[in-house]
Design a protein around this ligand. Sequence first.
Ligand SMILES: C[S@@+](CC[C@H](N)C(=O)[O-])C[C@H]1O[C@@H](n2cnc3c(N)ncnc32)[C@H](O)[C@@H]1O
Length: 329
Amino acid sequence: MIGSPSVTLTHVTASTGTDFEQQNQAKADFSGIYNATTPHAYLSEMANLGYQIGEQAKPYLTAAADFLRERNHRDESVQMLDLGCSYGVASALVKYGCSLEELLAFFANRAPEAPQACVQSTKRWLGAVPPQRNLDVVGFDSSGPAIAFGEATGLLSEGIACDLEQPGAAQTSEERERVRRSNLLVSTGAVGYVTERTFAPILADLGKSHPGAFGPAAVLTVLRMFDVDPIERCFANAGLRFEPLPGVLLPQRAFATDREKSEILSILREQGVKTTGAESDGVLFAEVWIAAAPRGFEDFRSCMAEVAEQDDIEPLLATHCEVALAGCD
Ligand SMILES: C[S@@+](CC[C@H](N)C(=O)[O-])C[C@H]1O[C@@H](n2cnc3c(N)ncnc32)[C@H](O)[C@@H]1O
């Protein structure tokens, strides 16, 4: 494990009282580690909490990219827009084919912490084997340093460092064109931070200049505590059907503190969500939501359902969570 992470386990403060903001108050605040120059602190803290949503979502994201490539007759590249991409984790997993364990081990044991040396070392590490997938990855994140790292290492073909949750914020025309060229929207662990304020403008542009024969599609993981209705309306306004994959529940991470656990359990119970065998055991769970144009939705859903049936995803939680929960206050 690398140095001590600079995470502050305070809780996120609500500002204007939307549903997402109220629900977010219950979650631990990791903003310090999202904004460091290199991924060390982020990945170290996420390892401590058994954070694994990227690895759990990876089979769905890779199947979605492969599905779009097939449907577009292999003649057009897939451009994946990763919303809340951090340092480019999904690109490392999906494009470069790394496992989360390999990624954590590289940054824990081998990548130097000095920014320039870290970029060079990461480039060499990624370049040791050819990318597993022909995929352009555009990263969108409010963290300028994380986007800069993703671009410098090649994890991201292009980045958009922007916070559309802020009143009056808007993307530049170049940034909007990057969204317009993207035909696969993915997001893991970011809904809640990103709300309808971000989804509305992104979905208005998604795939507009590069729809391919199938049109744009999306795969998101969403913690069960969040109400997706406002986001569903954004997909509907963009002409896309947006639904959860029935019966699919992916472990995200251990609760960071006892307070986070009790507040999130109360939210879930108020919503009538059964938490026995899931969040009650100390782990946050996410649903997988998918979107596509109505004409292709059933085919896309079948593809995603096949992934769910394979059910060969090794949970990484057991050991990590024992450590994390032992440290809870
Ligand atoms: C839990 S991390 C998830 C990172 C990555 N997707 C993963 O699964 O490893 C949440 C990410 O959302 C980003 N984020 C927070 N607020 C945001 C906003 N308003 N707009 C875009 N990204 C945001 C953070 O900077 C952070 O990189």
